[in-house]
Design a protein around this ligand. Structure first.
Ligand code: ADP
Ligand code: ZN
Ligand code: ZN
Length: 689
């Protein structure tokens, strides 16, 4: 910012949403002198185009000789507050994007193009409920009181604290959120509540709306840009003081936040998989610090990172150990499918135990949820004679057979083809359909239980608008008694007539080669098990697996998070994964395999060379910093080594100091000569490999 009171600044520092990590200098023309302010959007010329720029500072000198003029101001009042500028700068510094890209992630899509006051023309659009019933609060239980007392104190003292609210399902977490928000509102402050995905949490949203009425703004990805903007405007104008929304709602334009809440904090949807690759939990932490307010992370299955921080005092751990209604958690039985295979001499989809349980449930007029985290019919097709497995033409992935469409589909790029009748390689006619997806489970159940009403919910059956609600509606009304589905049905659903949950295979997530596969398996099993026995009838859960001794499965069956944590943290420590280090994943991709590998090798070498001096590292890596804080691994082919025609290699950095690690990488990338046609993506704290 300029310091002189006498002379107006000559130049503005402008952020532009391009993948170039620098600010651009533009001259402030005479006619705009005194009218340019930090946080404003302006039009600037950029390589023969006119683009939107964001003013982030001033300067009395320009870094280049031929400075161009700012062409015009888009909004007189700055769009971005000082807080938003700080937050987006933090994002740029942390997640390898430009400041402009970070800013555009933080504002509604409707105004990115430089449009003015988009919303004012769409009068009459009102997204809040017309007739709402303000429902009362519950008298908090002893555990809830304790949690609330602490949070409320923090709100009143205007302090930053992150709370990890660890509570089993139905222990009253949501009630704690509601009352904490109520308190913040009474103090004239506002609240943000993040949920993993709005469409999967209708019941939670409902409760917020019925408690707070039209003070609530609901923001989700399916809103049209116009509606999104309108909600954004309602918040900015102070008409809505609570936001309920998915990941990007963390950027809601509140001016005086009193509390931020992240429900189901362990969910991977909080990490954006595109530039900027931010984690909403970390952004929320920054925002809570900027606002001097508490951040509450609620979950029944904390992420390893969060629980570790809570154990080491960085977060404050608050526990809710009892269910509100004192209802017991459902009993979980594990079926060893290896035994099933030995006694029945064939690979069965359903064990006898699960079949009997389904039959029983139907007889009693109750409902069951059958869970398998894989869609499609047959998950791979091979030739019995030559062994060929049919793969995608553009990706290194196997094609999945979809019965309804009679097509082979690549789940990564959407490529489809008609299944061949003869082997494309050896021309034999022995094509086999193997592996198991939800479509097959559904068809198998209807074969075995003729007359049973089944519906299936996965991303194949929910592409049309409203299909989601339709499927759940039928299940709720009892029109269907069996619901088959992927992880879409694992979360949040509350159907009192469901007395049985069957997990067709717990091994799907367990076998994914990723350091989080155990954690994901535990989370999914815990969540899906929580769908059973929510009414007055006790619930039963049957889990089929070929790995009945795995700690993820054993501890999930006992609803024992702490035991799971104990086991998993040992392995993270031994293999040097988060929370013991931060990871940075660098993906190099290009259409030419050799060029991709060569570039990745060069980059890896350049990073290693930039590490000040070889020496014993935090692991037995080839080269690490002397102080033992950085390790470079790879390049190695990505788990999916080719995608959409691009070959992909990963370099993985493991470091104890994220800031130092990123600074080093930034320096290396700044001078790295990248061949034409090669793309490099950096993912800080990646969610998967
Ligand atoms: P969670 O978010 O942990 O799953 P909820 O807050 O949804 O738990 O509480 C479960 C149920 O118990 C809800 O129907 C809620 O309205 C009710 N409930 C929560 N707290 C109380 C309380 N203190 N007294 C009575 N009912 C409560
Ligand atoms: Zn063949
Ligand atoms: Zn593909």
């Amino acid at each position: 910012m300029h310091e002189s009171n006498h002379t107006m600044p000559k130049f503005a520092q402008i952020a532009i949403a391009l993948p170039i990590d620098k600010l651009f200098h533009y001259r402030i023309p005479e006619n705009l002198s005194g009218e340019i302010a930090v946080g404003q959007r302006v039009f600037v010329p950029f390589t023969n185009r006119r683009v939107v720029g964001y003013v982030v500072g001033f300067s009395d000198e320009a870094e280049v000789k031929e400075v161009k003029d700012i062409e015009g101001i888009i909004d007189k009042d700055p769009l971005l507050t000082e807080e938003m500028l700080k937050l987006t700068k933090w994002i740029k510094d942390t997640y390898f994007c430009s400041w402009g890209e970070a800013i555009e992630a933080a504002i509604p899509s409707g105004i990115k193009k430089g449009k003015k006051e988009l919303g004012t023309r769409i009068k009459g659009l009102h997204t809040g409920p017309e007739d709402f019933l303000i429902t009362g609060k519950h008298k908090p239980t002893e555990e809830q009181s304790k949690a609330l007392k602490s949070v409320i104190e923090t709100i009143d003292k205007k302090e930053y604290v992150t709370y990890l609210l660890h509570g089993i399902t139905s222990s009253g977490k949501t009630e704690v959120y509601l009352q904490a928000i109520d308190h913040a509102l009474n103090k004239g402050r506002q609240a943000i509540m993040l949920v993993p995905e709005i469409s999967l949490t209708p019941q939670t949203v409902e409760r917020f709306v019925s408690r707070f009425g039209d003070k609530v703004a609901v923001i989700h990805s399916k809103l049209t840009p116009a509606k999104k903007f309108l909600e954004w405007k309602r918040i900015k104008d102070g008409k809505a003081s609570i936001v309920v929304g998915a990941r990007s709602a963390i950027f809601s334009p509140m001016s005086n936040l009193g509390v931020i809440i992240i429900d189901e904090e362990h969910e991977t949807t909080y990490k954006q998989d595109d530039v900027p690759r931010y984690h909403a939990r970390d952004v929320a932490e920054e925002r809570a610090k900027l606002n001097n307010c508490p951040l509450i992370l609620g979950t029944a299955t904390p992420s390893l990172e969060s629980f570790y921080k809570a154990k080491h005092g960085e977060y404050k751990l608050v526990r809710l150990t009892k269910r509100i209604d004192d209802r017991l958690l459902p009993k979980v039985k594990i079926v060893d499918m290896r035994m099933e295979l030995a006694t029945r001499k064939k690979i069965a989809i359903f064990s006898k135990m699960l079949l009997d349980a389904i039959e029983n449930t139907l007889k009693k007029g109750k409902q069951a949820i059958i869970f398998l985290n894989r869609r499609g019919f047959s998950t791979f097709i091979n030739c019995k004679k030559c062994g060929l497995v049919l793969k995608c033409k553009r990706c290194d992935t196997v094609l999945v057979y979809h019965f309804e469409e009679k097509k082979l589909v690549c789940h990564y790029c959407g490529y489809t083809q008609t299944p061949p009748e003869i082997c494309p390689k050896c021309k034999s006619g022995y094509i086999r359909y193997l592996g198991l997806g939800t479509e097959r489970v559904e068809s198998e159940i209807s074969r075995q239980f003729a007359g049973a009403h089944i519906s299936r919910m996965d991303s194949d059956t929910t592409t049309k608008a409203g299909s989601h609600d339709r499927i759940l509606g039928k299940f709720k009304s009892g029109e269907t008694s069996l619901l088959v589905g992927t992880q879409m049905i694992a979360k949040g659903l509350d159907f009192p007539e469901v007395t049985l949950v069957g997990v067709v295979s717990a091994d799907v997530t367990l076998n994914i080669p990723d350091f989080r596969s155990s954690e994901r398996t535990f989370n999914l099993l815990t969540q899906v098990a929580g769908r059973a026995g929510r009414g007055e009838h006790a619930g039963e859960v049957i889990v089929q697996t070929y790995a009945p001794g795995h700690y993820s499965i054993l501890t999930a069956a006992k609803h024992d998070y702490e035991k799971f944590y104990e086991e998993e943290i040992k392995s993270r420590k031994e293999l040097l994964f988060p929370p013991f280090v931060n990871l940075v994943k660098i993906t190099v991709r290009a259409r030419n395999d050799e060029l991709t590998l060569k570039t990745a090798q060069n980059l890896s070498e350049a990073i290693k060379a930039a590490i000040p001096g070889p020496g014993p590292g935090i692991n037995s890596g080839p080269r690490a910093r002397n102080d033992g804080t950085l390790l470079v691994a790879g390049p190695a082919p990505a788990p999916i080594s080719r995608m959409r025609g691009y070959f992909r290699y990963n370099i993985l950095l493991k470091g104890k100091d994220r800031t130092a690690m990123c600074a080093l990488l930034r320096k290396v990338l700044g001078s790295f000569r990248k061949p034409h046609g090669v793309l490099i993506a950096v993912d800080v704290d990646p969610i998967s490999m």
